[in-house]
Design a protein. Sequence first.
Length: 164
Amino acid sequence: MRPAVFFDRDGVLNVEKNYLYRVEDFQWQAGAREAVALLNDKGYYVFVVTNQSGIARGYYKEEDVKALHDFMQKELAKRGAHVDAFYYCPHHPEGKIKKYAVACDCRKPASGMLQKAMADFVVDKSNSFLIGDKASDIEAASAAGIKGYLYTSGNLKEFVDALF
């Protein structure tokens, strides 16, 4: 059993860009790779939990999200870091792609992605937390029974350091 850190992706690990899915548009948040490496070194699971309504809206495909996450993993590996698992929600009730145009239990502020990670891994909830940049992220953490911290800007490693 290990504690986990759940990161929202856009606006936390990477610079916020509307409907980011292309590797060439990706830009790490300052200190993000170092924050992940620090948490790996401290023995935490590191998970990414991200709403990706651009899939439901028809802006990009699930394969695009997976390719971006593969790119992130390769970039982290260059720093000796890794994400244990990526979870994303492709749904949005007002989506244009019928199979994704549903209300679900995985879209934050619901806690489905966090619950899935905790089912896939043996997680010590009492010492786990989420870092997100929106109220819906913090609500998802609360619904999952873990702490949530609101990150708004600055160096992510410094933000994580301050939590310890």
